[in-house]
Design a protein around this ligand. Structure first.
Ligand code: IGM
Length: 456
């Protein structure tokens, strides 16, 4: 990362005298103290817990400085009013300093695929970096910016929206050269009243874009009210500015032609929506000077990232909200709160399966127990807890949930009740139910999701 201590202090208008501390160049910036290494800047964000509680751990792990909203003794720090606002401000400054071109992708569906495709095509001609995992919110986006390699030329950023105004903020930080909206969906995970409101929120992608910049959007009429006049708007869809003119689908691949390419493109993935996503990525890559030949070649080696949080279907029809790769207290609380807010299926219930979050250190049991404030017995019908540290949450949950509605399963060096966990869920899961499944990767909940997909 090309940022020095004094530079960051000056950009953020530090409220303390940083010249009491030696200057240095930061290696990288992290908000999770577990990821801090030698030479890093710590960002104490407010998550499920206050990041300021982990400043000492960050320094033990090698941090050379931290941002802070409080005065500190004994550590080099930069005093700011609001660490999150500071992170966002720093990301904006860093993009300008590093002179990278930003490509922003949003949309209810297909944004991850389109981002991956565009980044892959651009990487044929440029040093390209992109959003990793689900780092597409007001924390993840600026974090992604600070994590781009020093030689990055093109940066492809995914922008997620949970609330009105989210995309406005992200676009203002990123100031994209190109904006892409993939689809205005019904997305049941979004806190929006109507498709019209969703469209309004997504079109805020133009808010940080310069006059004349390229904005690629679907032909969907719902966005007509929000089309900006200052940007170069290109619409995609049948008989629109850009469109598919031919589509051949096979078992595990597809071929398409468009109204702007001279030859056909082969893709090692299926689904018409993927042809559309690929067409949009191709259009933008061509505009950036990637050749048609390079694009054709690139698609043959495309690898798409799996969505970390995804909706799946159990064999009996129940909806599974699966998030089984990574866990920290903030992410677990966020998904519990989101899951609790979405509408029920007709006559359906909400069930929750939570497994241990790993590597939380000495306070781990306490942090697991604290999840109780995100478990509402009036909303959630049944709770399944799995793993050693989840025992702490079990002891609280059985106090507030009706008898028999909270189940606990052991997993330790001696004993693993995974088969009993699977059996218990299969016994109660009804076709109209929704079930949230969340825990650290090493808890192997991916196997549980697979079991439910195959047989209930
Ligand atoms: O939801 S997130 O994962 N997110 C990341 C950005 O992109 C979108 C999704 C997320 C967010 Cl939005 C915000 C925060 Cl602050 C994650 C975090 C986060 O990393 N939270 C963390 C904690 C909390 N609360 S990381 C972490 C804790 C690690 N920490 C425990 C608390 C380890 C630790 C344990 C014991 C100690 O004594 C010291 C450290």
């Amino acid at each position: 990362m090309q940022l020095t201590f004094y530079e960051v202090a000056s950009v953020l208008k530090a409220k303390n005298d940083v010249h009491l501390f030696p200057d240095c160049t930061f290696r990288k910036a992290e908000f999770d103290s577990r990821l801090i290494g030698e030479g890093d800047l710590f960002l104490p964000l407010q998550g499920a817990r206050d990041g300021h509680d982990f400043i000492a751990t960050a320094f033990e792990n090698g941090a050379v400085a931290t941002l802070s909203e409080k005065e500190l003794e004994g550590y080099p720090y930069i005093l700011v009013d609001d660490v999150l606002a500071a992170l966002q401000h720093l990301a904006r400054y860093y993009l300008e300093k590093m002179k990278v071109d930003v490509f922003a992708v949003t949309g209810s569906n297909g944004k991850t695929t389109t981002k991956d495709m565009l980044a892959h095509l651009l990487s044929m001609a440029y040093k390209t970096y992109k959003t990793q995992g689900n780092y597409n919110n007001e924390i993840g986006l600026p974090y992604t910016v600070l994590h781009m390699p020093d030689d990055t030329e093109k940066l492809v950023l995914e922008m997620g929206q949970d609330h009105m105004g989210d995309i406005h903020l992200l676009s203002t930080i990123a100031q994209p050269k190109v904006g892409i909206v993939t689809l205005i969906g019904e997305a049941h995970l979004e806190f929006f009243k109507s498709r019209h409101e969703i469209a309004k929120g997504k079109l805020q992608i133009a808010d940080g874009m310069k006059n004349g910049a390229l904005l690629v959007v679907p032909a969907d009429k719902i966005i007509n009210d929000f089309l900006p006049s200052q940007q170069n708007v290109v619409r995609f869809g049948p008989d629109e500015d850009i469109c598919l003119t031919k589509l051949e689908e096979r078992k595990d691949s597809l071929t398409f032609e468009t109204n702007f390419l001279t030859s056909a493109i082969d893709l090692p993935v299926t689904g018409k929506y993927n042809a559309t996503n690929a067409m949009v990525a191709t259009y933008v890559a061509l505009k950036e000077g990637v050749t048609e030949e390079a694009i054709q070649k690139a698609f043959l080696t495309l690898e798409l990232t799996r969505n970390r949080t995804e909706w799946k279907k159990a064999k009996n029809g129940a909806d599974i909200l699966s998030d089984v790769y990574n866990a920290n207290p903030t992410a677990m609380r966020l998904i519990l709160e989101t899951f609790s807010t979405i509408p029920y299926n007709d006559n359906g219930r909400k069930l929750v399966v939570l497994a241990d979050m790993k590597e939380l250190g000495a306070e781990s049991k306490q942090m697991h127990g604290a999840m109780i404030t995100s478990l509402n017995p009036e909303i959630l019908s049944e709770i399944f807890l799995y793993g050693e540290d989840m025992a702490a949450l079990f002891s609280y949950a059985k106090e507030i949930f009706p008898l028999g509605r909270v189940h606990y399963f052991v997993k330790n060096a001696e004993k693993d009740q995974f088969p009993a966990l699977v059996k218990a869920i299969k016994k109660v899961l009804q076709p109209a139910d929704q079930v949230l499944i969340k825990g650290s990767n090493s808890m192997n909940l991916a196997n549980l999701v697979e079991e439910l997909e195959n047989e209930v």
